[in-house]
Design a protein around this ligand. Structure first.
Ligand code: SAH
Length: 395
């Protein structure tokens, strides 16, 4: 479509300021006139100057159903057609080619961070899993499959749109094949280990690709008795075992996830023990028994799914970190993560300090880590900086 034919959405001065500060979203309260746009449209975003003149700020996806009414695609005027998206995808793929390591899985497209609002594409060897998390990205679903097939040669595509984030966009939750067939879970080489990934039924798009470099780092530092809390299929725990940690215990409330972890341990000739239960209770029990570990990984689900939930989430984060610190041998390592965007790294460190004080432990911060670099942060867009992984040593 040519620029002239696009709906024009006029936004407030505050909305315009937000865009010029580098944030790609405009909220519904800053939309003055939607120009008759339909959810899923690409629109021209404009601002009325004091002089009364209209100035085009950029092109964006529009969604009337969402608080995030506009997601900026490009500043200024641009023709957003198939060729445009092909170039954007190519840019995203060039980055991944440059970052390539021996892993057979990684993130190809990270939405706004790659200039493609709402689109997530994760590759697991010969399968690509897509999430289209806004109306504009949703409308182009067929096109993403065609273009990614053209650019990568992969021809099996799964959709994992069964995520709560879609509800906020007025989009239905849905999962299944988009193209091709999958006989069952895949075996994928990750961090030097053969791992089972089920793109159709696993968590997120099948696994926690954002943590994969942290898994590897944990393996490099593993020593002595290790505990992987909130282990899922053993991303941290299997790395700890491969790195020489022994014995290694994996703890999760999902027996299905632990079953896969045990099978993966066996196929990689590794020894792990698993415990199914509520982490809060099991950690308390271990402490009462006077157990000690040299290395503990904590990787809970996002306790703070929104701002309102932050208060109770803080208590949860503090409690598990406090319990973990009490279980650490002097000189032991705590590898502690939070994937709540609403918990800033400063606040997270504050909680750890409080937990250390209550546990009467001195803590050294060795590394502040984040998501793997194929999940790049977009500067000016703090929502893309969500994963924090701190490496601590406690005395
Ligand atoms: N560490 C994993 C990802 C963990 S995702 C990796 O790096 O691959 C969070 C996990 O916490 C999920 O597997 C979920 O089943 C588990 N979980 C959530 N609440 C829990 C609780 N209260 N006790 C134990 N496990 C829990």
């Amino acid at each position: 479509m040519t620029l002239k034919g696009l709906p024009r959405v006029t936004i407030s001065h505050r909305g315009a300021q937000r865009l010029s500060a580098g944030h790609p979203w405009v909220f519904s309260g800053d939309v003055r006139d939607d120009g008759g746009a339909v959810s899923g449209d690409v629109v021209l975003v404009q601002q009325r100057r004091r002089s009364g003149k209209l100035r085009v700020l950029g092109c964006a996806f529009f969604n009337r159903e969402s608080m995030i009414t506009l997601r900026l695609i490009e500043s200024g005027e641009a023709v957003i057609d198939r060729a445009f998206w092909r170039r954007r995808l190519q840019q995203a793929l060039e980055l991944r080619a440059r970052l390539a390591d021996e892993d057979q899985a990684g993130r190809l497209v990270f939405a706004e961070s790659d200039g493609i609002p709402g689109l997530i594409a994760d590759r697991y060897h010969q399968v690509i899993v897509l999430q289209t998390l806004c109306a504009g990205a949703e409308r182009l679903r067929r096109q993403w499959v065609e273009l990614l097939q053209e650019l990568t040669g992969v021809d099996t595509f799964v959709e994992r749109n069964d995520t709560a984030a879609r509800r906020l966009e007025g989009l239905p939750e849905r999962a299944g094949m988009l193209q091709g067939r999958l006989a069952g879970p895949l075996q994928v080489r990750l961090g030097g280990l053969l791992r089972t990934i089920d793109p159709l039924a696993g968590q997120k798009t099948g696994g926690y690709l954002d943590q994969r470099h942290n898994h590897r780092r944990a393996g490099q530092l593993a020593r002595g008795r290790c505990l992987d809390v909130f282990s899922y299929q053993g991303g941290f725990g299997l790395s700890l075992a491969a790195g020489g940690g022994t014995p290694v215990t994996l703890l999760d409330q999902s027996e299905r996830a632990l079953e896969i972890a045990r099978a993966d341990a066996a196929s990689n000739r590794l020894q792990v023990e698993t415990r199914c239960g509520n982490a809060f209770d099991v950690l308390r029990g271990l402490q009462q028994q006077g157990q000690r570990f040299h290395t503990i990984c904590l990787d809970p689900p996002a306790f703070a799914k929104n701002k309102r939930a932050l208060e109770s989430a803080l208590r949860g984060y503090k409690e598990i970190n406090l319990r973990a610190l009490k279980l650490l041998e002097p000189g032991g390592l705590l590898i502690t993560s939070s994937c709540s965007y609403h918990l800033s790294v400063d606040l997270f460190e504050d909680i750890l300090l409080q937990a250390a004080r209550d546990a009467r432990r001195q803590v050294q911060l060795l590394e502040r880590r984040g998501a793997a670099s194929d999940h790049p942060e977009r500067l000016g867009f703090p929502e893309s900086r969500y994963l924090k992984c701190l490496l601590l040593r406690a005395w």
